[in-house]
Design a binder for this molecule. Structure first.
Ligand SMILES: Nc1ncnc2c1ncn2[C@@H]1O[C@H](COP(=O)(O)OP(=O)(O)O)[C@@H](O)[C@H]1O
Ligand SMILES: O=C(CO)[C@@H](O)[C@H](O)COP(=O)(O)O
Length: 501
């Protein structure tokens, strides 16, 4: 077998490692899961050591169970869950569990940032201060854990920590760094204004690199642990949504990306940082040098289905649970689900909203609830598609990736609710493919990521909207749109009750 690259996708539920050859074929894959800790409502943490041990296990399994040998792996790179705060001391030891993107404890810090900086915050960072981003997490630790803050010497994002453990080099790539909201989006450097005014030492911010920057080789220690070769070259990598967009070939603004991982994302390629979504959508540096993307995030997309399965069908696999929705109807026999089960980020930035089933009837069966969950998640994406359309976007194709794209039924529901052609990838691992493309381009197999996309991106089946379904879903969506406003005070009140008792 000839040369391959590894794409390592460090997701929220699992790490997925893919070996890809020079023609863009996936020749081997392995994955390993890890847990999410939610010690209090709104908290979401992971142990960075789990990312390292599970990545090592997945790599070992890939080497043992496929014909790929360590010598064939010329390079590797990463796609990583965004925003998670990994704080390190002066010996690069982890100081506390990582605080993740879907942790919403930082509302007071966000309100303070808003009152201190007003609209300047969006001008500097391209984003509103929202709970999930890294800067409010840094401020939370500073205020609530002063002893840990005193010992902090640097911070990293999840995949940067993994890269550090594999190479011994500390760095953060710019596509992920924008998601800290401590980066100046115009200069692509750490914002001295924010650091100075918030009393955050600039020295806490790690060196910045590009996605395709060569960082180093696999170090001796990690080679011994994993079975990888010390000759394998390591490249920067990207935020999972940037990597997903690369892996899905989103190189123009007429294609949108929809991702159903733990989170849900609707993403648009942006040529420059000029478009103003007033902070309702996120604005991020892309993995393509000098390019950007905007996106809206549903905090609990795949996570809502995961919650439903764990709670009501723990012994069934995802495929079986999702397929059971075929027994229900379009509109789930008149049942609606709003996926706000850990709060929401876009279009409603609200840490206190919670989810709901609306219209529960004595005749409803489990299949209706499953169908309502699948449809409710896509209605939450439709909110974001509509927002883009109001800003002038015209999408001809939607490329759907992530674990949710494994289901043909769910892809058809997307086409019917979006009223747009939806295509999947031959291999649903968009972020992992994007990470492999970053390594392939960094190695010089291709001149640019766009050149690499010509060879590596393979689209699978296309799903077209069915006119009769579209009409029914438009009716349901009109009702869905009322849920946020109508349920907000009730669910926020319930959350308050829960916190008090
Ligand atoms: N067979 C399936 N059909 C539909 N959805 C699935 C299937 N398997 C997994 N999923 C969904 O995909 C999610 C995981 O997607 P993934 O992209 O791996 O997430 P992450 O990158 O956050 O770890 C699960 O939470 C689940 O909702
Ligand atoms: O917070 C965001 C993006 O802003 C999330 O999209 C995370 O990046 C996690 O991604 P998945 O694990 O769901 O892929």
């Amino acid at each position: 077998m000839s040369a391959v690259v590894l794409g390592i996708d460090l997701g929220t539920s699992a790490v997925k490692v893919s070996a890809i050859d020079k023609q863009g074929n996936v020749v081997a894959q392995a994955s390993a899961k890890y847990a999410l800790q939610q010690p209090h409502p709104g908290y979401s943490e992971q142990d960075p050591e789990d990312w390292v041990t599970q990545t090592t296990q997945a790599i070992r399994e890939l080497l043992q169970q496929s014909e790929v040998t360590a010598d064939q792996i010329e390079g590797l790179s990463y796609s990583g869950q965004m925003h998670g705060l990994v704080l390190l001391d002066d010996a690069a030891n982890v100081l506390r569990p990582a605080i993740l993107w879907n942790d919403t404890r930082t509302t007071p810090q966000c309100r303070k940032l808003e009152s201190q900086f007003g609209d300047d915050f969006i001008k500097i960072t391209g984003n509103r201060p929202l709970e999930g981003f890294t800067l409010p997490k840094l401020l939370w630790v500073k205020e609530n854990e002063p002893n840990i803050w005193k010992r902090a010497r640097t911070f990293l994002l999840p995949k940067d920590y993994l890269r550090y453990r594999m190479t011994g080099k500390l760095a953060m790539d710019r596509s992920d760094a924008t998601g800290t909201v401590l980066l100046d989006i115009t200069t692509s450097q750490w914002s001295e204004t924010l650091c100075n005014q918030l009393d955050i030492p600039l020295t806490l911010c790690p060196p910045l690199i590009e996605s395709t920057t060569y960082v180093g080789h696999i170090n001796q220690t990690y080679a011994q642990l994993s079975g990888l070769s010390v000759n394998t070259k390591v490249f920067g990598g990207a935020a999972d949504n940037a990597a997903g967009a690369v892996g899905a070939g989103i190189l123009s603004s007429d294609k949108a990306l929809v991702s159903i991982g733990t989170s849900g994302v609707v993403l648009k390629y942006e040529d420059n940082a000029q478009t103003d979504y007033r902070g309702v959508l996120q604005y991020e540096r892309h993995a393509f040098p000098g390019k950007y993307y905007s996106m809206g995030v549903t905090l609990a997309a795949g996570y809502s289905l995961n919650w439903f399965k764990q709670t009501f069908a723990p012994d069934e696999d995802f495929g079986t649970v999702v397929a059971s929705a075929e027994q229900s109807t379009i509109g789930a026999n008149g049942l609606l689900f709003a996926p706000y089960i850990v709060g929401e980020r876009a279009p409603y930035a609200d840490a206190t909203i919670r989810g709901s089933f609306i219209g529960v009837d004595g005749s409803h069966q489990r299949a209706d609830f499953v169908r309502a969950v699948l449809e409710g998640i896509i209605f939450s994406f439709e909110d974001l598609i509509k927002l883009y359309q109001h800003n002038g976007a015209e999408f001809k194709t939607i490329v759907s990736i992530g674990g949710g794209a494994k289901s043909a039924l769910w892809l058809q529901i997307q086409a019917d609710i979006f009223n747009c052609k939806v295509v999947s990838l031959k291999n649903e691992q968009g972020p992992g493919m994007g990470a492999a493309m970053i390594a392939a381009t960094g190695l010089g197999w291709f001149k640019t990521l766009a050149d690499c996309a010509q060879t590596f991106v393979h689209y699978g089946k296309a799903y077209y909207p069915v006119t009769a379904h579209v009409a029914q879903y438009q009716e349901m969506y009109r009702l869905y749109q009322q849920i946020y406003v109508q349920t907000q005070p009730i669910t926020a009140g319930l959350l308050e009750q829960r916190k008090q008792h």
